[in-house]
Each structure stands twice: as C-alpha cells, then as structure tokens.
Design a protein around this ligand. Structure first.
Ligand code: CU
Length: 306
C-alpha cells in the first residue's frame, strides 16, 4: 500500500509540473501578444499641462494594473481549458457554495479598486480646483462655431473652420483634402493664451450641447445651454494645440474645430492690445455680427509645428 501511495504522489507531482510548464508557456504567449498590441497601438497624448501629465501618469498606472490582471486571468483560463479538458477525463467540481471563494473574489477586486481610486480621486479633485486663475475665458458653443470672451480684457470673437478647409469639404469641390494643411483642424481666429498662466474656462452653449476638447490639455468638458461648466488649464510649452467639438451637435459637428495657440506672456499682451484696438475700430463702424471666415493675420503669431 505505501508503494501505491508513493506512486500516486509521484504522478500528481508530475502532473503539477506539466501544468506549470503549460501555464508559463500560455503566459509568455499572452505577454508577447499584449506587448505587440501596445507597441503597435497609439497611447493617449502626454499633453502640455501639469494636469494632462497627471492624467497620463494615472492612465499608465491603471493600464499596468489591468494588464497584470488580464495576463493572470487569461493564463488561468487558457491553462485550465488545455490541461483540464474533458477528453483527458477531467470532471467539473460540483460544490454549490464556498465561503472562502466568495470572500476571496470579493475582497481582492475591492482592494484593487481602492488602490486605483486613491490617485484617481487626487487627479479629479485637482481638475475641479479652478481657484487662483489669472485669466477667465468664456467659451460658448454654437452650431457650428465657437465664441471666446476674454472676461478681464474685454475681447470677444468667433472662431470657425478656416476658409481653405471649408472650401475643400464641399461636395465636388475638386480639392484634394490631403493637400490642405490641418484639414478640418484649422480656424480663422485662434484662441490665444499665455504660457505658464492659470486659465479658467467657463463653458456654455447657445443652442445645443457641444463639448470643448483639446487632447493636449488633458480634459474634455461639455458646453451646455443654460449651464456654465468650469475647467482650467496651464500650458507650459508654446505651441499650437488642436481639438474638436466632441459632442454630436448636428450636421456640421465635424466642422467646428478648436485651435489653442500658447504664446509667451509678452506676446500675449501684444495680441491683447492689437485685438482690442481692432475691436474698437469695428465697434465704431458696425454692430457685432458673426463674421464670415477670413484668414486672420493676428492668429498667425506662431508657426504651427505641424
Ligand atoms: Cu458642437
């Protein structure tokens, strides 16, 4: 009898070793496939504000956590499917309740969620903190353009799809859209802001719900009629940052881009002065009307880095 017991233990140890080898092989395949997908795919942009960098870090941490979970779960699943298949004589366990299993598969996910919630909450709280802004800009969405009101500087203007993109997008325009620079991502009047300055944006809309989204700033916020949503940004690098309306708002939803141009605080002051005198001249000659798209010299302070 002891001989039989010994033989069985030896056999089950062999089985365990085989299972382990299969599990490691399966895990290696899953890791290689996952790595391949990550290598080929696009990650979200790191952005140009401290806040967008926090969001990016948070995204990376959570992506790592879910990747580890995914690798472990798929390894266990595929190993079980291969090693414990019915044709090898395996039968499913028939227990109906296991307190230990219930506690384990509740406690572990709860712990993981708590660990992920801590940094996520920190970023969310930071996102809501619009205090201490030096510049307040009201952004209003219309079908299908944006209006920017600089509350401290009394500047206000509309910003719509630039003339070249608009011409190219017409049916049978005969224009090759690939030849148009920043096709559908250029406007007549860019939103000019200074770098390294906390800017509060007050978002609203005048007709339907729009959504103001510039990926490099790290957030997206709905512009809702009758409501004012708040957001803030602080752009560290000079440059041109492009975005789009991100809420389906009607037939020309795809034709109301957003272009933010961050310039040095000195260049910003100059722009404010020139814009103000331009506005004063306009106010003398006519009442405010929505402009027809026109190439605007003042919006070309900075060469687009493409
Ligand atoms: Cu819209």
């Amino acid at each position: 009898m002891p001989g039989v017991v010994l033989a069985i233990t030896g056999e089950s140890r062999m089985k365990r070793t085989n299972e382990l080898i299969v599990a490691l092989a399966v895990m290696a395949v899953i890791i290689v496939v996952t790595w391949g997908i990550y290598a080929v795919g696009d990650n979200m942009p790191n952005g140009v504000t401290p806040f967008s960098k926090d969001v990016y870090q948070l995204h990376n941490v959570i992506l790592a956590v879910v990747t580890v979970i995914g690798v472990l779960v798929f390894t266990a699943m595929f190993t079980s499917i291969v090693v414990h298949r019915k044709s090898k004589g395996y039968e499913a366990a028939k227990f109906s309740h296991s307190t230990a299993a219930e506690i384990t598969w509740t406690a572990i996910p709860v712990l993981i969620l708590i660990v992920m919630a801590i940094p996520a909450t920190r970023v969310l709280i930071d996102m809501e903190n619009t205090g201490g802004a030096e510049i307040n800009i009201k952004v209003t969405g219309y079908q299908w353009l944006w209006k920017y009101d600089y509350l401290e500087d009394d500047i206000s203007f509309y910003s719509m799809l630039d003339r070249e993109s608009n011409r190219a997008r017409q049916i049978n325009s005969g224009i090759d859209v690939y030849g148009v620079d920043n096709y559908l991502l250029e406007v007549d009047n860019r939103m000019i802001v200074p770098t390294n300055t906390k800017i509060r944006l007050l978002l609203t809309a005048d007709d339907v719900i729009h959504s103001w989204w510039v990926p490099d700033l790290g957030w997206k916020r709905d512009a809702i009629p009758g409501m004012v949503n708040e957001a803030w940004t602080l752009i560290e690098e000079e440059g041109v940052y492009r975005g789009q309306c991100a809420e389906l708002c009607g037939k020309d939803h795809g034709f109301m881009p957003i272009v933010v141009e961050a310039v040095s605080p000195e260049a910003y002051r100059e722009w404010v002065e020139s814009r103000r005198s331009e506005q004063a001249a306009q106010a003398d000659s006519s009442d405010e009307i929505r402009p027809i798209p026109a190439a605007d010299e003042s919006s070309a302070l900075l060469v687009d880095r493409g």
